[in-house]
Design a protein around this ligand. Sequence first.
Ligand code: SF4
Ligand code: SF4
Length: 493
Amino acid sequence: MNTQRPILLTGQFNDRDDDCACPDKAFLLVFEQGESSEMDHDCACPDGAMGLTAVPTTPFIPHFTQTTAHTQPLPGDNHLAYSPYAPGGPSVLNQEAWQRWQQFATPQPLRDPIDHDLAAQNLLLPEDTAVTPKYTTPQTLTAWMHITNACNLECPYCYVRKSSARMAEATGRKAVQQIFATAQQYGFKRVKLKYAGGEATLHFKLVRQLHELAQALAKQTSLELREVILSNGVHLRPADADWLATEQVKLMISLDGIGAAHDRQRPMKGGGATFDHVAHTIDQILQPRGIRPDITITVTQQNAGDVAEAVRWVLARDLPVSLNFYRQNLLSANRADLALEEQAIIDGMLAAYAVFEEMLPERPFFNGLLDRVQAEAHAHTCGVQHSYLVVSHEGRLAQCQMHVNQPSEHMLDGDLLLPMALGPIQNLSVDQKECRDCEFRYRCTGGCPLETYRATGRWDVKSPHCNIYKTLLPAALRLEGLRLLKTNNLLPS
Ligand code: SF4
Ligand code: SF4
């Protein structure tokens, strides 16, 4: 940075859609320090990052001290610094800010504006103060609507046991009504419906009907409404795309590689290539209508080496992208070629990160870089048990979409969240896991609880992919640091 003024940069993060229940709909964290009062914040995550106060509202001026943080050098004498207790993403400090931060190795009062910036990111904390995470209330009730069990593709990692069965209109209507009633009962501010399957676009008529009902209920209840269709992108009719554009319903499309790499992992039912269809949908049907789908890439051992090119393709179209790990399930258990072989995944992801660095988008992309990792401080990996439910095509409830083949006996009556809280999946807070001393705990939160349980038989231990997370997180954070420098015109050429 060509300035003598101390500068701290930090970013905002966008929502993006994938299969899971986004943790930003679950618990965000407020970190309480000593006697400081709880801070009100208007959580806008997409909900946005949580707010927090780093300055206790005490009548005396306390001494502040440096927090232990993840740090790394960045180009141009800049540094990245990330307190475990940061409310949102990492901070970038120029040389002057970095030096000022070092001075707090000796506790002292906050004096300069930069001191307050450092304290706001919890890089400085009041001396001798224990930090206690405080869970905020989820704002969004998210529901996976299993519109149909049918699909035109036959992906080897899919957890849905396909059939031609569809959700009946009456079932869908009852589900949407009960979802809104449950959201009101618990005081949620918004409802998010994920139209999924199978391939939800094969039963588009029902999606339209449920959307109309949801809109009417949102108006009636004053709850916000968000909707997204999860699709393989192979067959989207132009008329349906027109409708998406008009109705502002989002679309998420799966893409696992370019050409044969995608076709191998996402073949047509009975065989046949699908990449060209997906590319046609995005380039010829969606982009001309101004529709920017979220792209999700499922990373397996098989396609790890192809992810970088897929990322290049997506970034060339300026689309949001998230990289998600394959999860073994009952239907895919015999596919050893999909299992997450650690080194192959790390190498493939680092190659993809190199493409991010080369193309370096200016809009935030950190939240899509690593399976379930989010920049906003949070304690639970996803909304399971707290703010998420899955409605099967028969109107049965499940805690997670990966259990849609074995839903509970609970139907769409009364409080829909209570059976979710009491279900078999234990979505523990990261503070209840053996991750509690990890510097990345409030970003990674121990990974997918189901995956951990499958691999270990326990809910309270680290992710089986912990080493992947710990290896990749510094590289992902570096990208966010570079992005912040670039967007502020401070990246040395
Ligand atoms: S799984 Fe590993 S990286 Fe993730 S929070 Fe736990 S200890 Fe940290
Ligand atoms: S349990 Fe795992 S697969 Fe299910 S919603 Fe949570 S993170 Fe996703």
